[in-house]
Design a protein around this ligand. Structure first.
Ligand code: UDX
Ligand code: UDX
Length: 451
């Protein structure tokens, strides 16, 4: 069992640390965010991720998992260090490596000889060399081991991966990193670092392409009177296509797909290749969000030629996470507000504490630091979008209800009760969650995606 250091306790780092501890390794997870570490040391986690709180508790109890502020105090004991810090998108679309470089610079003099540094963060092709240069230590090897963790099922994905990818020019280092996963039964792809980094980008970009395609087919279905659900069924049985990642929606988002596809376009550009296909995938996604916002506005106009209220159900970029980064729902809510709709929104992850803190932040100073509040919420408030803790209250006097995240609870609401409180019965079901026949029976003007 190995002694590991995981730098960054975000969605990726915390999952990696907790799962590695569960596999029997001794893991110290660090973060520069004192509040995050303080919470973790009190047995609490600051993100919504199924099973993670329990796994963290199990790791702490077994003594395999502990948390510290800053990696410097503990990294000298590590045999292998995982970098799980953010690589946000810069204005030109490229990935910002400054967090990686800062983290690596701070640990470089402290690492013990023979230690391996693993890039888990999604980093541009060639970053292994950047980390090596920043380390400037001939006695330390750098390996690429990209993550394929979906928020909401990150632990499952870690423990049951479709594959484990390891990129290294040193066979011994690759074997040492691979052995950390020896209890996991999955195909192992060992390759050079640049190929491993490209695998990560190509996988996310391919999935994003699949989604832009299926959303376009959904729009086509509407135009020609076909039903996307049957079309997907007919396509998915073809094993070359499969059923996964074929659900149409209001567009794809999250902390990875948008930045990784943008970054791949940029990486290609720097390599002298104009990745027109991927540019099309990105613009199709933006246009699809416009298309959805317009469809909701059209429904609102039918319900009320004058001022209209839209109730937005769901703000996170998908269900089973509290992550609002690049959420299509947020973008669409902002577009609706720009079209002078009164927008009131509900999401199951918005708690009274978050709302209280948000009001405090907004009252104090609109431009001040938002602390633990996700900036997307501040953007909504600034645009005049109201947030509520009660989904039924959100729908009260609304002209359209727009479901934009696939939270399961939305299926089970009493839509007759909702209809009675609405100004007119209209539902835009951006995730095809509801049975249209039931809604129509209740007198709703119902519109889904591609049906
Ligand atoms: C991030 C990247 O976005 C993703 O591309 C990459 O694959 C893995 O890391 P995520 O875990 O979702 O994904 O990021 P986030 O939730 O923002 O967590 C990063 C954590 O790193 C934060 O808690 C931050 O405080 C911490 N951090 C950042 C450090 O500990 N040290 C730093 O120098 C910078
Ligand atoms: C993604 C990758 O899937 C994962 O391997 C890792 O690299 C991190 O990034 P994540 O961003 O957590 O995971 O979410 P994912 O489940 O991939 O969904 C991304 C977006 O696509 C979401 O907005 C989601 O709603 C949308 N989506 C997904 C659909 O619209 N339809 C689908 O069928 C699947």
């Amino acid at each position: 069992m190995a002694s590991l250091s995981v730098i960054g306790a975000g969605y990726v780092g915390l999952t990696t640390a907790a799962c590695m501890a569960d596999l029997g390794h001794k893991v110290v997870c660090s973060d520069i965010d004192r509040d995050k570490i303080s919470l973790l040391n009190h047995g609490q986690i600051s993100i919504v991720e199924e099973g993670l709180a329990e796994l963290v508790a199990k790791g702490r109890e077994s003594g395999n998992l502990s948390f510290v502020v800053g990696a410097e105090s503990e990294v000298d004991r590590a045999e292998i260090v995982f970098l799980c810090v953010p690589t946000p998108q810069r204005i030109d679309g490229s990935a910002d490596m400054s967090y990686i470089v800062a983290a690596v610079s701070s640990i470089a003099p402290l690492l013990k000889p023979g230690c391996i540094v693993v890039n888990k963060s999604t980093v541009p092709v060639g970053s292994t060399t950047v980390v090596e240069a920043t380390l400037s230590r001939g006695d330390i090897l750098v390996v690429s081991n990209p993550e394929f963790l979906r928020e909401g099922s990150a632990i499952y994905d870690f423990m049951h991966p479709d594959r484990i990818v390891i990129g290294s020019d040193d066979q011994g280092a690759a074997i040492r990193v691979a052995s950390l996963y020896s209890k996991i039964n999955a195909p192992l792809v060992t390759t050079d670092p640049s190929s491993a980094e490209t695998i990560k980008y190509a996988s996310n970009a391919f999935l994003a392409t699949k989604l832009s395609f299926v959303n376009a087919i959904a729009n086509l279905c509407e135009a020609v009177g076909a039903d996307i659900r049957d079309v997907i069924l007919g396509m998915g049985y073809d094993r070359r296509i499969g059923f996964e990642f074929l659900k149409p929606g209001p567009g794809w988002g999250g902390s990875c797909f948008p930045k990784d596809t943008q970054a791949l376009v940029k990486i290609a550009e720097e390599g002298g290749y104009d990745f027109k296909l991927l540019k099309g995938v990105l613009s199709a996604n933006n246009e699809h969000r416009d298309f959805v916002a317009k469809a909701i506005c059209d429904m609102a106009r039918v319900s009320s030629p004058g001022p209209a209220k839209v109730a937005v159900l769901g703000l996170t970029f998908k269900a089973n996470t509290d992550d609002l980064r690049e959420s299509p729902s947020i973008e669409i809510a902002l577009k609706l507000a720009k079209e002078n709709k009164k927008v009131v929104a509900y999401d199951p992850t918005i708690t009274p504490k978050i709302l209280g803190r948000l009001n405090q932040v907004v009252d104090q100073d609109m431009n001040g630091p938002a602390g633990s509040i996700q900036p997307e919420l501040v953007r909504l408030i600034e645009a005049g979008v109201e947030l509520s803790l009660d989904p039924y209250a959100v729908c009260d006097r609304a002209h359209v209800v727009a479901i934009l995240t696939e939270w399961d609870e939305f299926r089970w609401y009493d839509y007759d009760k909702i209809g009675k409180s609405m100004a007119s019965r209209a539902i835009f079901d951006g995730r095809n969650l509801l049975e249209s026949a039931n809604l129509k029976r209740l007198g709703f003007n119902y519109r889904g995606i591609g049906r």
